[in-house]
Design a protein around this ligand. Structure first.
Ligand code: MIC
Ligand code: SF4
Length: 646
């Protein structure tokens, strides 16, 4: 039986496990890692605790892209810390302003067939050039930098079979929104999505990267495209043709599910507030008044996207009612826009050009007006993420974004006439001056790591005991995102290395009293619905609840990266055997679980609600490694224990 492309790369990197046993734990050798600043500080603090001098990967890169406002000393200190730690330990450092991690990694470092993990959930962007790239918690990235394996459950294999060719004004973003419409934000859970079929050859690398990037919103483990002549041309334009290899699945590869999409039948689509899968046609919302339009983010900030935007804006002026921001994805993109004059066309239209960074996507400025309607080419429109609690954020393609910026209302971009022809350059402008190489091992020994006062000690974790008795301190519904659990934004992001300060904002979107109540309770249990912890990879969504005394989270189901982060932080994730039991529990109830260790072995525990006297079966499927991590209190403690034993 033939193998899928992902199975081939997994096979070539397999340290332990069985690729034919779907759902079982496998361990992978990791070739490359990336971090960004919002998760990076914590990841490097964790790496330092492991006491390893130099990274053991083929390539590790630290990017500064999320938190570039430097509204106080905190960001600047974190950046200096990351720069110094990178130099000392063999990690490349991409300076603030050089671009968004996923865009720059694709341009300068990604290699087809290699494995990559990144402390950012959109790391699967690398799948656009045939990398097997996963988003992970900071601690998992720290372990991989130290040469340790990356553990996942062997995913199912889905294939999206593309036929036809996109029509004018229908884009890769619309393909992403179409698959979200079909599968929903939990439809990819436990699966790797491979894009194949004759339609693949019609998509450029940036378009493929838009699609693999948004595979994250499906909850997929990752997404991947084959590496073909299109990939080769892209790498050649980056001066890296030598990194190219041809990669494809075997013709007789077997998939668990095949979804057919005929590209020629798609229409411009739009995701409505507040979920990326809330998708309808642009046409169906035509005439809706728009206050703000933002173009950029790791999903849609490539040179191709920006050239299209510039061509559509050329000679036109945006509506006086709309504020338009454009953030090119990298210094390469911005300088090429400047060189060919496209930047002038963008500026002449009335747009505001922002730094090459995440910016508004993570709520770093550009929050909409009260109850404002914001059309964004981003990948997430979770409630409150923009920084304005009552804003209505819609996700669209760059073309649809321009149409709204020009007319002041949601408009089908097809009404803009014809798409001007875009001449795509054969060679990109290569300038790596903002990527700093690490010191050589000899020089590194004498280098000092620079720490600012905002960097607080990593919080102590507590080993899971054999019996738990704690109050149900918070009950939440379905699809709770890590943006709900640990919000980001301009006011909070500077404190990503300061867990005590961050903790004041935990679950602020759902219940502002949570941090105080959790502290007062001493220890607590959270109950949630389906797909708990979807979205960002931020391990802060586990570390902060851990700091606030959360010992157990019981849900109907969890998102993949978050469940790993909970275990890494020593919080036990459990699920209801019967999802209907969720309805029986009330916030404030006193809950208990006894015989925890025995339950871990049998995969089942019993929850007693002492307030009502009722009992409920809970399910747990921990591997031996996960049980050991929970008993040790955290992955860090466990790694230390193993180190001491060896
Ligand atoms: C996001 O898009 O939510 C982020 C910010 O990039 C996160 C990482 C973080 O919270 O730092 C992600 O996607 O993992
Ligand atoms: Fe940055 Fe937004 Fe991409 Fe996250 S989704 S990496 S915040 S651009």
């Amino acid at each position: 039986m033939g193998l899928t492309l992902a199975q081939k790369i997994i096979q070539a990197h397999l340290i332990s496990g069985d690729i034919s046993a779907v759902g079982s734990e496998i361990a992978l050798r990791i070739d490359q890692t990336l971090t960004q600043d919002a998760t990076g500080t914590m990841a490097y603090l964790e790496f330092e605790t492991m006491g390893i001098d130099r990274v053991r990967t083929e390539r590790s890169v630290a990017y500064i892209d999320h938190n570039t406002l430097q509204s106080g000393f905190e960001n600047a200190d974190d950046h200096r810390y990351i720069q110094s730690v990178a130099k000392k330990h063999g990690i490349y450092f991409s300076r603030p302003g050089n671009g968004i991690c996923h865009q720059v990694h694709l341009e300068r470092f990604g290699i087809p067939g290699k494995t990559l993990i990144g402390s950012d959930s959109h790391t699967p962007t690398g799948g656009g050039i045939g990398m097997l790239a996963f988003g992970a918690g900071g601690l998992d990235v720290a372990v991989a930098m130290g040469g340790g394996a990356y553990y996942i459950n062997m995913p199912k294999m889905y294939k999206v079979n593309l036929t036809g060719k996109l029509r004018e004004f229908v884009t890769a973003k619309d393909v992403s929104l179409e698959i979200l419409r079909i599968l929903s934000v939990k439809g990819g859970v436990g699966a790797i999505i491979e894009w194949g079929g004759e339609g693949v050859a019609t998509l450029s690398v940036p378009e493929r990267a838009t699609i693999t990037n948004m595979g994250t919103e499906l909850g997929a483990t990752t997404s991947i495209f084959p590496s073909d002549e299109v990939t080769r041309a892209f790498l050649k334009a980056e001066g890296r043709e030598a990194d190219w290899v041809a990669l494809a699945s075997d013709p007789d590869a077997v998939y668990d599910r095949v979804i057919d999409i005929d590209l020629s039948t798609l229409k411009p689509l739009i995701a409505c507030p507040h979920m990326p899968d809330n998708v309808v046609t642009v046409e169906s919302l035509k005439g809706t008044k728009v206050d703000q339009v933002c173009i950029g983010s790791c999903t849609n900030s490539s040179l191709l996207d920006m050239l299209k935007v510039a061509a559509l804006l050329k000679g036109r002026t945006i509506s006086p009612e709309v504020s338009l921001s454009i953030s090119p994805g990298s210094k390469q993109v911005l300088s090429m826009l400047a060189e060919c004059g496209a930047l002038t066309d963008i500026l002449a239209s009335g747009a505001r050009v922002l730094e090459c960074a995440c910016g508004p996507c993570i709520g770093m400025g550009f929050s909409p007006n009260s109850a404002g309607v914001s059309l964004r080419t981003f990948n997430r429109n979770f409630e409150g993420r923009s920084g304005t609690a009552d804003a209505k954020v819609y996700l669209v393609s760059p073309e649809t974004a321009v149409a709204a910026a020009l007319t002041g209302e949601i408009t089908d971009p097809c009404l803009l006439g014809h798409m001007p022809e875009i001449v795509f350059p054969e060679a990109f402008r290569i300038d790596d001056s903002a990527i700093l190489a690490p010191a050589d091992p000899e020089e590194a020994k004498s280098l000092e790591v620079l720490r600012g006062p905002n960097i607080k000690k990593f919080p102590d974790s507590v080993p899971q005991e054999d019996a738990i008795r704690a109050e149900l301190i918070l009950k939440v519904g379905d699809n709770i995102t890590t943006d709900h659990i640990m919000p980001a934004g301009a006011k909070i992001l500077p404190y990503r290395s300061n867990i005590p300060h961050l903790s004041q904002f935990c679950f602020g979107v759902c219940d502002k009293t949570f941090p105080e109540r959790a502290k007062a309770a001493g220890q607590g249990i959270i109950v949630g619905g389906i797909n708990y912890g979807q979205g960002s990879s931020r391990e802060h969504a586990a570390l902060v609840p851990m700091y606030l005394g959360v010992r157990v989270v019981i849900t109907k189901s969890f998102a993949r990266i978050h469940v790993a982060n909970l275990i890494n932080a020593g919080i036990m994730p459990l699920t209801f055997r019967d999802p209907a039991d969720y309805d029986e529990l009330n916030q404030g109830d006193m809950l208990s679980i006894s015989n925890v260790y025995e339950g871990m072995e049998h995969g089942e525990m019993t929850l007693t609600d002492e307030t009502t006297g009722k009992t409920y079966p809970l399910v747990c499927q921990f591997t031996d490694r996960q049980k050991a991590i929970l008993k040790a209190g955290s992955l860090l403690q466990y790694t230390k224990q193993i180190g001491e034993e060896n």
